[in-house]
Design a protein around this ligand. Structure first.
Ligand SMILES: N[C@@H](CCC(=O)N[C@@H](CS)C(=O)NCC(=O)O)C(=O)O
Length: 221
């Protein structure tokens, strides 16, 4: 039973959307507290006491505070999943899902954050070639990971699809996916749109995110 789950977030944030997709897949009720990141609400004392790293998503599960989307989605499945399908308990299978999660945390999401933060914080709207190349590399890795599989790790959906999917769909805010070069990524992202409530949990925030960034960014290629 989920008691008092509270998710602190902002819909434009890809890691927040990954948590929403996970909460939805687990059929969990939760309270959503929308934060004003662009107005600096994450730096207010009350929030810093909860998460000194001042990031969303932040999960409050009956007083237990957990941040970083990857830690949150794994925790949610381990604690509330009726099965381990989304985050397998088998050690090898789990390690493979973890690899995709760490790839999101360290490569995929960072290729986006390294463009978005300079703009949101310092109004830097020119994206140097090496940052554009990082995004191309990240798309390329996803194409390879997908191979002949429907999902990022094999034939069934896992939390890696939620985390990497929320980020990969958001990369279009900087560099539109080249569907001919990365057909498997394109098909996988399209497949994810068939998830129940995907529109509400990912697409809406994603569209706002793209609208905020795409028109102002100038890419050096
Ligand atoms: N690795 C973290 C990244 C979280 C993150 O960077 N969140 C951004 C929004 S997308 C944020 O809260 N930025 C505000 C700040 O860093 O002050 C996760 O997956 O949760």
């Amino acid at each position: 039973m989920s008691g008092n789950l509270i998710l602190y977030g902002m819909d434009i944030s890809p890691p927040v959307r990954a948590c929403k997709l996970t909460l939805r897949a687990l059929n969990l009720d939760y309270e959503y507290k929308e934060m004003d990141l662009l107005g600096g609400e994450q730096f207010e004392e009350e929030f810093l006491r909860k998460n000194p790293q001042h990031t969303v998503p932040l999960l409050d599960d009956n007083g237990a505070l957990i941040w970083d989307s990857h830690a949150i989605v794994c925790y949610l499945v381990d604690k509330y999943g009726k099965s381990d399908d989304l985050y397998p308990r088998d050690l090898v299978k789990r390690a493979h899902v973890d690899q995709r999660l760490f790839f999101d945390a360290s490569i995929l999401f960072m290729s986006l954050r390294n463009v978005s933060i300079p703009y949101f914080v310092h109004q830097v709207n020119v994206v140097p070639k090496e940052k554009v190349d990082n995004i191309k590399d990240a798309y390329g890795h996803l194409e390879t990971f997908l191979g002949e599989n429907r999902y990022l790790k094999g034939s069934s959906l896992t939390v890696a699809d939620f985390c990497c999917g929320a980020t990969a769909s958001s990369l279009a805010a900087v560099l539109e996916l080249d569907q001919e070069k990365y057909p498997k990524v394109a098909a996988w992202l399209e497949r994810l749109t068939e998830l129940p409530h995907y529109e509400e949990d990912n697409s809406r925030g994603l569209e706002n995110y793209i609208q905020l960034l795409k028109p102002v960014l100038k890419l050096e290629e």
